[in-house]
Write a protein that binds this ligand. Structure first.
Ligand SMILES: NC(=O)c1ccc[n+]([C@@H]2O[C@H](COP(=O)([O-])OP(=O)(O)OC[C@H]3O[C@@H](n4cnc5c(N)ncnc54)[C@H](OP(=O)(O)O)[C@@H]3O)[C@@H](O)[C@H]2O)c1
Length: 165
């Protein structure tokens, strides 16, 4: 099973503030929907709570250390290994890692692909995408999206594959 990270990150790797996103870019959200549709999504308990709505057509695996947490018909995992096991057991071919900070960090060494939206934005944040070695990732695709209005930043979509050793 392939493991893929999907994230939208600011100029200084900012990803969130006060358990919310830092910008709202509809094209990026549509892109997220298109890439993740039909797949299992792994996310931390806080990201799940901050989304606060159904993600139609996708199954969620929510990471928590809480042995009692149960969330509707979503899967709960208490470790990275358990999350991978659950997805594999259900026949997933590309597991999507959707944050936040520690979840990205934990899965980074196990990931094959990154779908990164690099947003031309910098400012206050309390959650950051982990530092990664750019030499380990080869750029397969880069598309630039200009700002649609004064309140939406421009951004670039990057598809990266991990360089095999
Ligand atoms: N820009 C983006 O692409 C993007 C994507 C996702 C999230 N975000 C933003 O990031 C912020 C949320 O991220 P966050 O880093 O604060 O929290 P988070 O990763 O969503 O959730 C953290 C929680 O997940 C659980 N967890 C994480 N790793 C685990 C592991 N290996 N094993 C067991 N449980 C684990 C723990 O839950 P318990 O406390 O229940 O034990 C932990 O407290 C929000 O601001 C959100 O909007 C941005």
């Amino acid at each position: 099973m392939k493991i893929s990270i999907i994230a939208a990150i600011g100029k200084n790797r900012e990803i969130g503030l006060n358990n919310d996103l830092l910008w709202s870019i509809s094209e990026d959200l549509q892109n997220f929907k298109k890439i993740t549709m039909g797949h299992y999504l792994v996310m931390g308990r806080k990201t799940f709570q901050s989304i606060g709505k159904e993600l139609k057509g996708r199954k969620l695996i929510i990471l928590t250390s809480d042995p009692y947490l149960s969330v509707g018909d979503h899967y709960i995992a208490h470790s990275v290994e358990e999350a991978i096991y659950l997805a594999e057991k259900n026949g997933e071919d590309e597991l999507m890692i959707c944050g936040g900070a520690k979840v990205y960090k934990d899965f980074l060494p196990k990931s094959d692909t990154m779908y990164l939206s690099r947003v031309d934005w910098e400012g206050d944040a309390d959650t950051y995408f982990p530092e990664y070695d750019e030499a380990q990732w080869s750029l397969q695709k880069e598309d630039f999206y200009p700002a649609k209005s004064e309140s939406t930043p421009s951004w670039s979509f990057l598809l990266l594959h991990k360089v095999k050793e």
